[in-house]
Design a protein around this ligand. Structure first.
Ligand SMILES: NC(=O)c1ccc[n+]([C@@H]2O[C@H](COP(=O)([O-])OP(=O)(O)OC[C@H]3O[C@@H](n4cnc5c(N)ncnc54)[C@H](OP(=O)(O)O)[C@@H]3O)[C@@H](O)[C@H]2O)c1
Length: 267
């Protein structure tokens, strides 16, 4: 199937590059953008899962490239940066999404997991966002979706701290490049049922079942918000309410509730 042609009603067209496109939220973006007719470039570490995902999507008639890269390494970031920068085969939609859970004590002599998390979900996200934005600015159009989290609004460890940085940086990037025609979406999902928590060895028991969201639903809301010209997306009414409470309730309450949830989540 040919790449989606420029659409006057949506900025989501052309080729979309998705980091973490083989599981959870990234996979939901891949499926949704494929349905909208975008060609795809999927980035993740596991070549096997990349091939499996690409073959599922190709069977629906979509063009899919795969790029196996560990975004915690210099070589991996360089490979993806080169693809984002390649103006001969432009990336019109960049979903800056790959990440991992982190539930590590902050008072520790073992700081490597903390540094690795800052690298993957902080430094890499900013570097790739910068490269994509520069390439899109030069062309005068493009969409960047940065996956932050509602945890950016509460104190739940370094993960929250990194996502708070991503949130503020993403909004700033959007303000900077909007006049050049580039749309930056700051995406703020709540708890979503993916492999994320299991991979991080986290129990879900402290979080009631009804709170959890599905990847396809949060991604649909995010893309609808992009189409509506919005630059900040908190999917679902329940997390819109939780976000408003986190932002406006007395800080001591928010901190106490956050600490309780965080304590019960360690595996
Ligand atoms: N799930 C939630 O409740 C939730 C809520 C808010 C925000 N988020 C954010 O959403 C994003 C996606 O999370 P998810 O829930 O969809 O998790 P997931 O199901 O575990 O998927 C993570 C994806 O990222 C890839 N990935 C992980 N580490 C990588 C690395 N070093 N280099 C390249 N790719 C890597 C994984 O593939 P490989 O393992 O093959 O590399 C996989 O495709 C993350 O930024 C997360 O912080 C999640």
């Amino acid at each position: 199937m040919s790449k989606r042609l420029k659409n006057v009603t949506s900025p989501l067209w052309g080729t979309a590059l998705i980091t973490g496109g083989t599981s959870g939220i990234g996979l939901a973006f891949a499926r949704a953008l494929a349905r909208r007719g975008c060609a795809l470039v999927l980035v993740a570490r596991s070549q096997e899962r990349l091939e499996k995902t690409a073959s599922e999507l190709r069977s629906t008639g979509v063009t899919v490239e795969t790029l196996a890269a560990d975004l915690g390494t210099e070589a991996g970031v360089t490979a993806v940066a080169e693809r984002l920068h390649d103006q001969s085969s432009p990336i019109e939609v960049f979903v800056n999404n790959a990440g991992q859970g982190l539930y590590h004590e902050l008072a520790t002599t073992d700081t490597q997991p903390l540094e690795d998390a800052i690298n993957l979900m902080g430094t890499t996200v900013v570097r790739l966002g910068a490269i994509a934005a520069a390439a899109m600015k030069a062309r005068g159009h493009g969409v960047i979706i940065n996956t932050a989290s509602v945890s950016a609004l509460v104190p739940m460890g370094l993960y929250s701290g990194i996502k708070a940085m991503v949130r503020t940086w993403s909004v700033s990037l959007g303000i900077e490049v909007k006049p050049a025609g580039v749309h930056v979406m700051t995406f703020m999902p709540g708890w979503v049922r993916t492999e994320f928590h299991k991979r991080a060895g986290v129990e879900r028991s402290n979080v009631p079942d009804f709170i959890w969201l599905q990847p396809a639903d949060v991604v649909r809301d995010c893309l609808d918000d992009v189409d509506a010209g919005k630059v900040y997306s908190v999917p679902s009414v329940r997390f819109k309410v939780i976000s408003a409470v986190a932002a406006h309730a007395p800080k001591e309450w928010v901190w106490a509730i956050s600490a309780k949830i965080n304590k019960g989540r360690r595996g």
